[in-house]
Design a protein around this ligand. Structure first.
Ligand code: SME
Length: 151
């Protein structure tokens, strides 16, 4: 898919979410709605969900896709790296990422975006997996960051 098409698709999703989220300010309802829309509107999203920091542990929250690890091992993995580096991490091929935590062997590439509260503190991550390598790029990272701010 060319870049313009991809950006336009994200723009349409953003507009749809903006409208939907006007209806309720419940934090969890908003998170669930974002996950549902992203997962069903973007064909290469195989697993779409949140991990939240709870007493230092990364615990799964709402998601769509196959059953995932409920708690991630400490100090390794893509999610943890994104939190430690306070930035989006794109993994083109999970087999080449040392310490990648595999929840489903069908996942081949991954993007993780830090999820910050209003004070700029990282409270968790948005994690998305794809069944094919090289699925994610800077467009996904930038657009997903914008969408997270809607919540
Ligand atoms: N691969 C992630 C773990 C979560 S699953 O992708 C759903 C990681 O290495 O942190």
């Amino acid at each position: 898919m060319n870049n313009n098409k991809k950006i336009n698709r994200y723009k349409r999703i953003y507009a749809q979410l903006e409208k939907l989220l006007e209806k309720n300010d419940d934090f969890e309802a908003r998170m669930a709605t974002v996950i549902a829309i992203l997962h069903h509107k973007i064909d290469y999203f195989f697993w779409t969900g949140f991990y939240f920091l709870t007493s230092g542990k990364l615990i799964v929250r709402m998601y769509q896709g196959p059953v995932a690890c409920m708690e991630l091992k400490k100090n390794i993995g893509v999610c943890r790296k994104s939190i430690n580096e306070r930035q989006a991490i794109i993994v083109n091929d999970v087999a080449k990422f040392k310490g990648h935590i595999e929840c489903d062997s069908r996942s081949k590439s991954e993007i993780v975006i830090p999820f910050k509260n209003r004070n700029g503190e990282i409270i968790g991550v948005l994690d998305i997996d794809s069944k094919t390598i090289n699925s994610f790029d800077d467009i996904d990272a930038n657009e997903l960051e914008k969408i997270l701010k809607l919540i």
